[in-house]
Design a binder for this molecule. Structure first.
Ligand SMILES: Nc1ncnc2c1ncn2[C@@H]1O[C@H](COP(=O)(O)OP(=O)(O)OP(=O)(O)O)[C@@H](O)[C@H]1O
Length: 225
């Protein structure tokens, strides 16, 4: 199957500190990758690099999502769900969705199904400041459903969500994968079913000049992570 994403020798430094180096991996259509690593190992930084929000200090990232062999500069084929949710305190849930629909060039018809899917349609008139942390997370998830982007980059997608909310995230991810989408998620704790796990090692733990990423999926077969 075709690779949607090819990452080669990506490295990042912050100040004088090497966060990670020589990170290389591919993601094929329908694959789920879980980024793991200690606090501060660089999971969020790597996701932000993959989202095009910050530049790597080394290496290259290529998306092959439009069938042409490379992504055009006008179309970055990702959805990014970060720690900062970009939710406006004064605006209602529905108005914020209208903004995103317009931003993505979609009609308003996508809003109700997306809000129903995440359980917020009945709270569509509530302003952002009236949402709990979990409801804010659900609103961020609704944004993913407004328009199709082949690659979802999710930073701790279970954060603030109750058990039902976590099940919802798993279902959304499974549906996205059924459509051939790729999901790359930074995770602590609970795992996403059928995910391939990549661990970002601290450069101290990576032996000698080895890359600071390790595919740990094969180590987990039969384990109950
Ligand atoms: N803009 C920045 N300027 C300086 N240092 C930064 C910046 N962004 C991140 N860092 C540092 O880079 C390191 C990696 O941060 P990052 O948020 O990527 O880690 P993480 O693996 O996602 O951590 P966590 O598991 O705690 O969420 C941290 O030590 C952080 O302090």
């Amino acid at each position: 199957m075709e690779n949607l994403l090819i990452v080669r020798n990506v490295g990042a430094t912050r100040g004088y500190r090497t966060l990670f180096k020589d990170i290389s991996f591919e993601a094929k259509a329908g694959e789920i990758l879980e980024l793991r690593g200690e606090n501060g190992s660089g999971k969020s930084t790597l996701l932000r690099i993959l989202a095009g929000l910050t530049r790597p200090d080394a290496g290259s990232i290529a998306y092959h999502a439009d069938g042409s062999g490379s992504h055009s500069s006008s179309f970055y084929p990702v959805h990014f769900l970060g720690h900062q949710d970009g939710i406006k305190a004064q605006e209602s849930v529905e108005d914020q969705m209208k903004f995103w629909a317009s931003f993505f060039g979609e009609g308003k018809g996508k809003i109700q199904p997306a809000l129903e899917r995440v359980g917020l349609w009945k709270r569509r008139d509530v302003p952002g400041r009236g949402l709990s942390a979990g409801q804010r997370r659900r609103l961020s998830l609704a944004r993913l459903l407004i328009t199709y982007r082949p690659v979802w980059l999710l930073d701790e997608p279970f954060a603030a969500l109750d058990t039902k909310g976590q099940e919802l995230v798993k279902e959304l991810i499974a549906n996205h994968n059924d459509e051939g989408g790729v999901v790359i998620a930074a995770m602590h704790g609970a795992a996403i079913p059928n995910a391939r796990a990549l661990e970002i090692l601290s450069p101290r733990k990576a032996k000698n000049s080895k890359p600071t990423i390790e595919d740990i999926s094969s180590l987990e077969i039969g384990s109950s992570v």
